[in-house]
Design a protein. Structure first.
Length: 388
């Protein structure tokens, strides 16, 4: 009988691997004990003053009580970032190879039911796109596809990785969740790290938002990073799409706990957090303001104080002013020259529609020069491959 966790809207599909892990239960149990309204100013000040924070302290930094102390948090977050990362900011760009998707996520531009221009790059087009990106000097790339095992099967993803390996020293994946052996295969092909957005950590809200497709299975997705580590990936990234849930603080808390718990279980793993909030796309055009810039900054700084060694990536969903400000405080990785459209890095044609609307369209040179003017050191490569 197919496995089905209590959190899941439907049973596991035949291809899905169920691993023996307590991490999901630990995350959900921790969130049950997190009441943002219960914290006081004293709790916040205590958390800011501590060298090593526990989950309770992390919750204090996310609470409304922390609002008057954001400047204090910023000073400590900046100090910790400089201690552990120096003045460096890693630059990368994503490449969208396909926008076919089997899922029906109500907030996403790639939603299977959306009437958009669909496309998948051929191997030759992938080569052209990646060669063009490499010509900018970037050596870190993130490969993305829509979540369709039909149009972007594992062999297609492996092809993209092998092509990327010819041009880049660090290769990340943001594709549909895979099994541990599939992640192992992707690692053998050249992938280094995996990003998976859980979107929301509330199983009830999750089911409401994901109307169809493999993504409906909450537990399979939440265990993706652990399967990636089992498969040999050196790093994993976590993200909650803040704004999908009425109380964004709870999703931020659970996302932070997700990385924290896997770091404790796999001490060698490189942990990082992405910082997305709900923005307009083809199926969700209104500019959602339930999560403001101050809120997002509070989350980023709380992550830094709670997980000082974790990386933080700031999305092109945000405007240049905000992105520049947050890399000066706590973010360690920033995209540049971004296109979210299929074929967006080649001069031949713009094949397929994008996933969401960009707010920062600056090219690689402009972002690099901006970082230099801020006294930061833009880094194109922070990882040396031994197999090149």
């Amino acid at each position: 009988m197919p496995y089905r966790a209590p959190t899941d809207a439907c049973a596991y599909m035949p291809h899905m691997e169920a691993i023996d892990s307590s991490v999901m239960d630990e995350i959900l149990e921790a969130e049950k004990g997190f009441d943002p309204s219960s914290y006081t100013s004293a709790d916040v000040l205590r958390a800011i003053s501590k060298d090593r924070l526990d989950p309770y302290d992390f919750g204090a930094l996310l609470s409304p009580a922390a609002a008057p102390y954001l400047e204090m948090m910023a000073k400590k977050a900046q100090r910790l970032t400089r201690e552990h990362f120096g003045n460096t900011v890693c630059m990368f760009t994503p490449i969208y190879c396909s926008n076919y998707c089997d899922n029906r996520c109500v907030y996403c531009g790639f939603n299977h039911d959306n009437v958009i221009k669909r496309a998948r790059l051929t191997p030759e087009e992938v080569e052209v796109e990646m060669s063009n990106i490499a010509s900018t000097g970037l050596t870190d790339i993130l490969i993305l596809t829509g979540e369709s095992r039909t149009y972007s099967d594992p062999e297609y993803i492996a092809m993209c990785i092998r092509t990327a390996k010819k041009h880049f020293s660090s290769i990340g994946l943001e594709v549909y969740p895979l099994n541990s052996d599939e992640y192992g295969y992707m690692h053998e092909c050249g992938a280094d790290y995996v990003t998976v957005f859980q979107e929301t950590y509330d199983p009830v809200r999750y089911e409401q938002l994901h109307k169809g497709g493999a993504k409906r299975i909450f537990s399979y997705r939440i265990n993706a990073q652990e399967r990636a580590l089992i498969g040999g990936m050196r790093g994993v990234a976590f993200g909650a799409l803040l704004g999908l849930r009425e109380d964004w603080r709870k999703d931020a808390f659970s996302c932070g706990m997700h990385g924290y718990l896997l770091q404790r279980k796999y001490p060698w793993a490189e942990i990082s957090y992405s910082l997305p909030r709900l923005r307009p796309c083809s199926s969700h055009k209104e500019d959602d303001t339930s999560v403001g810039e101050r809120d997002l900054l509070q989350v980023a700084m709380a992550y830094r104080l709670f997980m000082p060694f974790a990386g933080e990536t700031i999305s092109t969903r945000e405007v240049p002013r905000f992105r520049d400000g947050i890399v000066n405080i706590c973010a360690t990785k920033i995209s540049a020259g971004t296109s979210v459209r299929i074929g967006g890095h080649s001069d031949v044609k713009d094949q397929g529609d994008g996933q969401f609307d960009l707010s920062d369209t600056r090219g690689v040179d402009e972002v690099r020069e901006t970082l230099k003017r801020m006294g930061l050191q833009p880094v194109f490569n922070d990882y040396v491959r031994s197999d090149r």
